[in-house]
Ligand binder design. Structure first.
Ligand code: TRP
Length: 75
């Protein structure tokens, strides 16, 4: 069992253009895409790392807010 302190963090993503894609990648030996979410400009998603989600990939122009600060994607 993975302890909740290993995951559990939330991030927020704000789309700066239409069609931003947020992709959840699986935890464990194999890294697979398990969920894809599309955001339009101005939409925000609050996402959590879980036992199933170890990484989150953002494609398109967006700002990602994490406990480390905010990061804007670039071309
Ligand atoms: N399956 C990988 C793992 O559990 C997923 C992963 C973790 C990952 N951190 C990552 C994938 C960073 C890409 C980048 O370790």
């Amino acid at each position: 069992m993975i302890e909740p302190y290993v995951y559990g963090d939330y991030i927020a993503i704000k789309a700066l253009e239409n069609g931003v894609t947020v992709i959840g990648l699986t935890r464990g030996k194999d890294t697979k895409l398990h969920h894809t979410e599309k955001l339009d400009r101005g939409e925000v998603i609050v996402a959590q790392f879980t036992e199933h989600t170890a990484a989150i990939k953002v494609r398109g122009k967006a700002v990602v807010y994490t406990k480390f600060g905010s990061i804007e994607t670039s071309d």
